[in-house]
Design a protein around this ligand. Structure first.
Ligand code: AMP
Length: 389
């Protein structure tokens, strides 16, 4: 059964076509700069640059590619039985993979205010896929859904209760990724009654405490700015700063949003949001880059301590996403000086985790340390398959 997975951004469309249940990837690619003068489209080894005014033209181009007899992928559009969509915010409503109906679309629209950058683009992707694949089942997989198991003591803020009633609470994000790697970690442990910390360290970053296979706490909150230091987002800051910027320094709310979302994090500390540049600069003695790495790793360590205390123990730490999978520097800095928690990495294995099936645990470390590549698309395909099968 062929399942298409779509991850729609405001000007991009990432896609993968899977043969399920095998999980074989038939096509992988993306369209970027949709709506700009020239867009770029890539599917497997086919690439083209041309205008793609909307997501519809991008998805049509993908369909043409799939149907092209030279590529031998599908003969008929109806071979695609389902389209699984990544939807960032499911609010309090969506805790499961969900078949898309007019009511579900209306609810996703209602949630625009909670995820103004993402949910509108996600809905555009859904509506476009409905037009192009009218016979396929459309399924929404929510990035917040995995975190719906977080107990109230961890999802409620200590502010007046009316706000909680209005939905102002911790939602958490990157749920599809945390779910995928935590399941893989439990498989390695051979049981599900486990205590894990999953570290999704990409341009956005979050850590999740996963207890017995369920999200128990996570670093992102009502929105995706909280918690760890990220590429361009600040992570935790004192709320008073916002009022000081607003009331004393004359910044507008929109300017503060831009500062905290796009001009903070590693960009503010080291002048780049690409960790490779920062590592190079640090190696060459750049003090700002060194401090940035120290703060980046330190923020993660603080949450490792926090989550280990909350769960009263820890079986494994999982590193994933662009930085987690590729930066031996960050993994080393995060894993060091945590002996008292039973966390010790093997620094040689850390340099080349692939050779060790991602296991970088030192021999005398009670807590396992694993590098497990995330695969959000595969997780979406699996959840979509399970729902419609
Ligand atoms: P993601 O959002 O998961 O695609 O991750 C993007 C981040 O991964 C960027 O900060 C990149 O600099 C970082 N990254 C990718 N490859 C490497 C690498 N080989 N070493 C260090 N960081 C990397």
């Amino acid at each position: 059964m062929k399942i298409l997975v779509l991850n729609s951004g405001s000007s991009s469309l990432k896609f993968q076509l899977f043969e399920m249940p095998e999980g074989q990837v038939l096509v992988k690619g993306l369209a970027e700069r949709i709506g700009e003068q020239t867009a770029h489209f890539k599917a497997n080894d086919y690439e083209v640059s041309r205008p793609l005014p909307t997501h519809k033209e991008a998805l049509q181009l993908l369909t043409d590619y799939l149907l092209n007899p030279d590529n031998q992928i599908i003969k008929d559009k109806n071979e695609i039985i389902a389209v699984g969509h990544r939807v960032v915010h499911g609010g309090n409503t969506f805790v499961q993979p969900t078949l898309i109906t007019p009511e579900v679309k209306a609810k996703i629209k209602e949630l625009f205010s909670l995820a103004p950058l993402h949910n509108p683009a996600n809905l555009t992707g859904i509506e476009t896929a409905e037009q192009i694949f009218p016979k396929a089942e459309q399924v929404a997989i929510f990035d917040t859904a995995f975190h719906q198991t977080i107990p109230i003591e961890n999802n409620k803020y200590a502010i007046p209760d009316t706000f909680y009633q209005e939905g102002i609470r911790k939602y958490g994000f990157h749920g599809i990724s945390h779910q995928y790697v935590s399941r893989a970690a439990n498989k390695r442990l051979g049981r599900t009654d486990t205590k894990l910390i999953t570290l999704h360290l990409g341009n956005g970053a979050s850590a999740t405490a996963v207890r017995n296979g369920k999200s128990y706490d996570t670093t992102m909150g009502f929105g995706p700015m909280n918690g760890l230091i990220m590429g361009t987002r600040s992570g935790d800051i004192d709320q008073s700063i916002i009022f000081y910027l607003l009331d004393k320094m004359g910044y507008t709310s929109a300017e503060i949003q831009t500062i905290l979302n796009k001009k903070s994090g590693m960009m503010a500390l080291a002048g780049s949001n690409d960790l490779r540049d920062i590592e190079t600069a640090a190696r060459q003695g750049d003090e700002k880059a060194r401090l940035a790495l120290k703060m980046y790793a330190g923020a993660i360590q603080k949450y490792i301590g926090n989550f280990t205390a909350q769960m009263n123990g820890l079986d494994a730490i999982v590193f994933t996403a662009g930085i987690g999978e590729n930066s031996d520097v960050v993994r080393r800095m995060v894993s060091q000086n945590l002996d008292y928690l039973g966390i010790r990495a093997d620094l040689e294995k850390n340099k080349d985790p692939k050779t060790y099936q991602g296991d970088i645990t030192a021999e005398n470390s009670p807590v396992k340390i694993w590098v497990i590549p995330t695969n959000e698309e595969k997780e979406i395909a699996q959840q979509t398959y399970t729902l419609i099968h």
